[in-house]
Ligand binder design. Structure first.
Ligand code: GLU
Ligand code: ZN
Length: 502
């Protein structure tokens, strides 16, 4: 006995009722606290889009004292790769999005899915389809509505060994009430009788997804806009399983992420893997702050925020439906701002821990925390990512600096270079070893040969640090110590002498 599915249209409901219902979405309900889930399929490395979905679910749960559930949708065999599952777990750990329940594995819940299929079959909502792909394509070539043509709908084929399709109502519409997009109507006429389980009995995404949402008591489905088209199918299943009067979850489909050309973010074109961003030394809190702005905005327009501030002001109603530009330049800038928000000690500890994982030998073999603590504040003012620290501080830890070859060559052609190096060796062996004194001594040296300080110190910088630009020179020299600076000037003098300009 099948209730009249065709009467499910929400069109008859008074507009005011719907508007009111939509307004209440996301408000704290003191009776029932929301339950949300992040339901990734382990299909590959963890993508920024998934991170944004996970974050929005987590923020919503934290804001409304709800429960954030992790459910791995691994029913598709190819998707079950264990390393991808652990990739999901480590990505969430890096982002700091701790879950309250799970991780549930959809593949371990097949009894539940099989039971639901039987209930749907017994209720007359499904029929068995014996067609293969080619037959369907052949028959439907010229059709206006794409997809399956309902060929087996009334054939009464036996269930065993066949794919099962949902008997989508011929008339009426399903309306998705979406907090972000308003009411989105899907006329049933344009929807096919979709497959819910394969011939081998395994459930398809849309079925397992809904069955698990029902079982887990999900109140709000917050996910990417790419899943909006499958939502009416989910709603049809939801109502078939729970009765057409069931209270559906609130849907919030998050806007698509695009690159600077307004193209959908793609792993081939754009940097999108979370691993890339953690390897480049983005701070998770900065990354989350930036992600939070991909679709959502603080009512005041404020952008630089702590996680606590974001939680306090987060609401689904403030999510915008237009595509959100994933702007790495802006993310990087924001990362720099978060770096500067850290206490000096915290920065030193966190950045040195990050350096420890970086693929540069000196960071493992020659790193020395006492030195690093003395230079960390200099770096903290200047970098936008932790990766930028590497070339900025390497000369403190290396036996001899990594020379910028172009700088060496241009200095070698310059007569004053030799003069400066000779003078510098002399004054630096005598002057007081402190930033101010070094500054004065270098300026005085410049005066003697009518050079501005910036010109006079240029060869010294290359000799000592290997590069033309870097942290404040005299402070760096003070930290390096007289002996090492003099040794580097000697080595540099020899190098310049050997470098014959063309
Ligand atoms: N597992 C689905 C996916 O990764 C998402 C399901 C959902 O959020 O409803 O695309
Ligand atoms: Zn068929």
């Amino acid at each position: 006995m099948r209730p009249a599915l065709d009467s499910w249209s929400l069109r008859d409901l008074p507009g005011a009722f719907l508007a009111q219902e939509l307004r209440y979405v996301g408000a704290v309900d003191t009776n029932t606290s929301p339950r949300v889930r992040f339901a990734p399929s382990p299909t590959g490395y963890f993508h920024v889009g998934s991170a944004r979905t996970a974050l929005f679910n987590w923020l919503f749960a934290r804001r409304n004292h709800g429960t954030f559930i992790l459910r791995i949708e691994d029913t598709d065999e190819e998707r079950g790769r264990e390393e991808w599952v652990s990739g999901i777990l480590s990505a969430l750990a890096w982002l700091g999005l701790e879950y309250d329940e799970g991780p549930y594995r959809q593949s371990e819940r097949s009894a539940l899915h099989a039971d639901a299929l039987t209930r749907l079959w017994d209720g007359g909502y499904l029929y068995a389809c014996g067609c293969n792909r080619e037959e369907v394509l052949e028959r439907t070539k010229g059709n206006q509505t794409p997809g399956y043509d309902g060929h087996c709908r009334e054939l009464g084929l036996a269930r065993e060994g066949r794919a099962l399709r949902f008997r989508t109502p011929r008339d009426g519409i399903t309306v998705v009430k979406d907090v972000v997009r308003g009411l989105v109507e899907f006329p049933h006429r344009a929807m096919e009788d979709f497959v819910v389980s394969k011939a081998n009995g395994s459930p398809l995404f849309v079925l397992a997804n809904v069955v698990d949402d029902i079982d887990m008591g999900i109140t709000h489905v917050i996910r990417g806009e790419d899943l909006l088209p499958s939502t009416p199918k989910g709603i049809l299943l939801w109502k078939a399983l729970e009765g057409s009067a069931v209270e559906l979850p609130v849907f919030a489909h998050l806007p698509m992420l695009v690159n600077e050309k307004r193209q959908k973010l793609s792993k081939r074109r754009d940097p999108v893997s979370l691993e890339y961003f953690s390897e480049q030394g983005y701070l998770p809190e900065a990354f989350c702050n930036y992600l939070s702005l991909l679709g959502w905005s603080h009512p005041s327009g404020k952008e630089l925020m702590t996680m606590e501030e974001i939680i306090q002001s987060f609401s689904l109603e403030d999510i915008n439906h237009s595509p959100a530009f994933f702007d790495v330049v802006k993310l990087t800038h924001m990362n720099g701002e978060h770096i500067r928000l850290l206490d000096a000690d915290v920065f030193a500890a966190r950045s040195s821990a990050w350096l420890d994982t970086a693929p540069v030998p000196w960071a493992r073999d020659h790193f020395d925390m006492d030195t690093y603590r003395r230079i960390a504040h200099i770096v903290q003012e200047r970098v936008a990512t932790l990766a930028e620290i590497i070339p900025m501080v390497d000369f403190f830890f290396l036996e001899s600096p990594i020379y910028d070859q172009a700088a060496i060559e241009s200095l070698a052609t310059n007569d004053t270079t030799r003069k400066i190096v000779t003078m510098a060796l002399d004054i630096y062996s005598r002057c007081t070893w402190a930033p101010d004194a070094l500054h004065e001594a270098t300026a005085a040296m410049g005066n003697e040969i009518a050079l501005k300080l910036s010109r006079a110190q240029a060869p010294v910088r290359v000799a000592v640090t290997g590069k033309r630009v870097g942290p404040p020179l005299f402070e760096s020299m003070a930290i390096l110590g007289r002996e090492r600076v003099l040794a580097r000037l000697h080595a540099f003098a020899a190098l310049v002498a050997r470098t014959t300009p063309e």
